[in-house]
Ligand binder design. Structure first.
Ligand code: ZN
Length: 319
């Protein structure tokens, strides 16, 4: 069963929000677009392996996708996919990199050759070794029985050529079910009970903390560079105009009622998770206090405080 499904990473949602709200000639646009492409390639690679994991019998494996668990006070360990079985745990580190890959175990780097150019990446084998020891320490700390932890670096792109890699660690996504079968035959002793598996997967899900960085600070972009207004979900024009209780797009003539909600989500991605009436007026380009109050209340947001100090929590059911 999939205990924790994969969701679109916050970083992608934040980069998309930032890109739609920066002027077309903004100096940071190219860097942001490159970072968005890299993050999307990573996410697509992870989604691609899900297809192969679906071939596994549902009742035998508990799968947690994309977990980020506190290791100590300042550090976290992140795992693309963790498969829990009664006999062993399996860590998958997914790489969506095309070209020819050479896993250099002398200098611990991954070298990709494409179109006669070479590019180096951090060594994913070292990465899974680190994840394994961090997970082992975490299991000990939480008093789980000692259980074998296996790991694979999974290459999600079927056309990627794996040139030199240490035996059995680096695999193509399509061979995942077969490799898992082999592990099942190798590890024969039940170590975790069903109850312990449930406890383990619940605790990992509970401790998961998605990376939530302040994106404006991260890219050194002042908040004043952000274009305010309600964006049109059809053509992405900013901004829509409020007309007789609805939002109207002057570019594609789209007319809708709740279009301020995606823009409030942009505010939560870029600026903060709470918003006052004044901040909402400034961000959505609305002049009326009453209209803004009505919109915020009708968006079913929780709030605290009263009158001018009232703060609405920008937490939406599907995010
Ligand atoms: Zn439009």
């Amino acid at each position: 069963m999939i205990k924790k499904p994969r969701k679109i990473p916050l970083k992608i949602l934040k980069l998309e929000a930032l890109l739609r709200r920066l002027p077309s000639d903004h100096p940071k646009r190219n860097q942001l677009k490159e970072d968005l492409a890299k993050n999307k390639a990573g996410y697509n690679g992870e989604k691609a392996i899900d297809y192969h994991l679906l071939l596994l019998p549902d009742d035998k494996y508990t799968i947690l996708h994309d977990i980020r668990i506190p290791h100590n006070n300042t550090h976290y360990f992140q795992i693309d996919s963790l498969i829990i079985t009664p006999k062993y745990l399996l860590i998958l580190e997914v790489k969506n990199i095309n070209g020819s890959l050479h896993f250099d175990q002398t200098f611990h780097q991954l070298i990709r050759t494409i179109n006669e150019g070479e590019e180096a990446f951090p060594d994913p084998i070292l990465q899974v070794q680190r994840q394994t020891s961090q997970l082992r320490m975490w299991l000990e700390k939480h008093k789980f029985p000692s259980i074998p932890i296996c790991s694979f670096v999974v290459i999600s792109n079927p056309s990627t050529i794996i040139k030199a890699a240490p035996n059995k660690v680096v695999i193509h996504a399509a061979s995942l079910p077969h490799k898992i079968n082999k592990l099942d035959k190798f590890y024969t002793q039940d170590i975790l009970t069903l109850k312990e598996i449930k406890k383990l997967s619940n605790l990992l899900t509970k401790q998961h903390q998605p990376l939530d960085q302040n994106i404006l600070q991260h890219y050194h972009i002042p908040q004043t560079d952000i274009i305010t207004g309600v964006y049109c979900p059809e053509c992405f024009h900013i901004s829509m105009i409020r007309k007789r209780g609805k939002w109207f797009c002057p570019q594609c003539l789209n007319l809708s009622r709740d279009t301020h909600i995606p823009s409030l989500k942009d505010y939560s991605f870029l600026i903060g998770k709470e918003i006052t009436n004044q901040q909402a007026r400034e961000f959505l380009n609305i002049t009326s206090i009453t209209v803004t109050k009505k919109l915020l209340l009708s968006s079913n947001l929780q709030y605290s405080g009263d009158k001018k100090g009232r703060k609405y929590k920008l937490i939406f059911p599907e995010t």
